[in-house]
Write a protein that binds this ligand. Structure first.
Ligand SMILES: *Cc1c(COP(=O)(O)O)cnc(C)c1O
Length: 397
């Protein structure tokens, strides 16, 4: 057998393959340059165009462009009316932002455990964790597979809760043949470079609700309005504006929006290639003994932001750390998504303890994210599979 690179052998690849990467072409660059040569660098015509096209693509009434995905979650928590003393239920297997946004508003994140099959939030555990203080649920479409939205909406209706879907992973994903983005009260997206489309930094919130839409728009720009219909002093003069809420400067620039529009033109191609790569992984990895592949519900169509393998630790001689290091040595850019949010020292400091979500904690010890992005060529996919095969075979009991 080939000696592992970590033991001094030749790596599967000569060059490092990252786990995720943006796709930027000349068209994107031209669109950005056009804005740089125009009158408006920020809050110009490109923002509105991006919002309209984005809302149209996913089938929502409104879209609000914002400075990043975290700001999108913060704005959604504001619009939902989250305030001190309120509880909001989310998953621990997510990026910290999904829970931090609750803290920004003075609310308390409550972590429900995950479903060990899909790794998405366990709806039954959500229901168990509802109290009189619960105001909202923030499910995350983990890796790009939508949560069971009907089940989430049923519970929300039963207890009078608002649903904010963190769709940072699931732009273009489908639930029962409908695109994610208009199926709950508010849906948030991220345009960080590893996500499906990028604006460098950027985010979007979509909603079908007029009142939520108005709150989101206020929040993005200091809580300030010039809308004559809302102003308290309508006759002050044409310069006049009013601050109605404590908002932030969370605006996206027109430079970013131009990039976003250009990226949006390519989303179907991006999704197709991500799905192709995922299907190849499903096919090539299924016979490797010692790993579990991502489980997909038949009513979902994932947008495949991440491809995660789960190690069957009982079949292996070493732990996740050694497998991870061995794959890195083969020049495969593996990663781990995610450290349970409440493991972080900050969350410990504010009173969270290990042991709250046993399924999430067990999963965390066994997962490795492997490379997946639209620019991957077939040879890249084969290298990843070859490296996993080599490493897992070597360490199998
Ligand atoms: C990327 C991400 C965010 C935050 O988005 P930013 O644009 O980086 O602020 C939030 N939630 C999840 C699940 C993410 O993956």
């Amino acid at each position: 057998m080939n000696t592992l690179a970590i033991n001094g052998g030749k790596p599967v690849r000569d060059t490092y393959l990252p786990y995720g990467q943006q796709w930027i072409d000349d068209e994107d660059i031209e669109e950005v340059v056009k804005v740089l040569k125009s009158d408006f660098l920020t809050t110009g015509p490109k923002i509105e165009e991006f919002e309209k096209k984005f809302a149209n693509y996913i089938g929502a009434k409104y879209a609000v462009a914002i400075s990043n995905g975290t700001a999108a979650l913060h704005a959604a928590c504001f619009a939902a009316g989250i305030k001190e003393g309120d509880e909001v239920i989310t998953t621990p297997i997510t990026f910290a932002a999904s829970a931090n946004c609750i803290l920004y508003q003075g609310g308390k994140p409550v972590f429900a455990d995950i479903d060990p099959k899909t790794y998405n939030i366990d709806i039954e555990d959500v229901e168990r964790k509802i109290t009189k203080k619960t105001k909202a649920i923030i499910p995350v479409d983990f890796t790009g597979q939508p949560v069971d939205i009907d089940a989430v909406n049923d519970i929300a209706k039963k207890y009078g809760l608002i649903v904010i879907e963190d769709a940072a992973h699931s732009f273009g994903a489908e639930y029962k043949d409908k695109k994610i983005g208009s199926l709950v009260d508010m849906t948030t997206f991220s345009f960080h470079p590893v996500k499906h489309i990028t604006t460098g930094e950027g985010g979007m919130i979509t909603t079908n609700d007029d009142e939520l839409y108005n709150k989101l728009k206020l929040f993005r720009t200091h809580g300030i309005t010039r809308d004559e219909e809302i102003l308290h002093n309508k006759d002050e003069g044409p310069w006049y504006y009013e601050q109605l809420e404590l908002g932030y400067n969370y605006r996206m620039t027109d430079i970013q929006a131009a990039l976003g529009i250009s990226q949006l033109n390519k989303i179907d191609k991006f999704l197709e290639r991500r799905r192709e790569v995922a299907n190849k992984y499903n096919e090539y990895l299924k016979d490797i003994d010692g790993i579990i592949l991502p489980y997909q519900e038949e009513y979902t169509k994932s947008s495949w932001h991440l491809y995660i393998i789960q190690l069957e630790s009982e079949k292996l001689r070493v732990g996740r750390k050694q497998i991870y290091q061995a794959l890195q040595a083969e020049n495969i850019g593996v990663n781990v998504h995610y450290i349970p949010v409440y493991y972080h020292p900050y969350y410990k400091k504010i009173g969270y303890e290990k042991g709250m979500c046993p399924n999430a904690e067990k999963l965390y010890d066994r997962i490795i994210t492997i490379p997946l992005y639209p620019g991957m060529i077939d040879k890249d996919v084969e290298d990843v599979v070859g490296a996993i095969d080599k490493v897992i075979k070597y360490y199998r009991r």
